[in-house]
Design a protein around this ligand. Structure first.
Ligand code: FES
Length: 119
């Protein structure tokens, strides 16, 4: 049973799979945590409303670790040069440019699941 919201960030491929990544308690509110999933660094964030965001953990500027950034609202500030990245889209605020991938998330019984293309 799905307990929390489900969010779609980008077109969903035809063939997808869900992978359990961590527990809600593993992510402190407004902080990020890095997980290596299918060989890719993924930053997971949780806001004070227990909304979960998952994004590729490399800043679109110069690859800084977004999981070490400060979350505010649905955005994160990169710890290296302070670009602000929208966690819902993976894009920085203008005038900065670029994008990183976001992942669809689900919370089931306080476990965080992410959607990936099926291999
Ligand atoms: S690497 Fe993130 S702002 Fe420069």
């Amino acid at each position: 049973m799905i307990e929390a919201e489900q969010r779609t960030f980008r077109p969903v491929p035809d063939e997808v799979e869900w992978q359990k990544v961590c527990h809600m308690d593993d992510i402190p509110p407004l902080e990020g945590r890095r997980y290596m999933i299918q060989g890719m660094p993924v930053a997971i964030f949780k806001n004070r409303k227990d909304e979960v965001f998952a994004i590729h953990d490399e800043c679109p500027h110069r690859g800084g670790p977004l999981s070490d950034g400060i979350m505010h609202g649905s955005q994160v500030s990169c710890p290296l040069h302070d670009w602000t990245i929208d966690l819902s889209t993976g894009s920085p605020l203008a005038p900065d440019k670029g994008t990183v991938g976001c992942y669809q998330t689900r919370t089931i019984k306080n476990e965080i699941w992410l959607q990936f293309p099926k291999h």
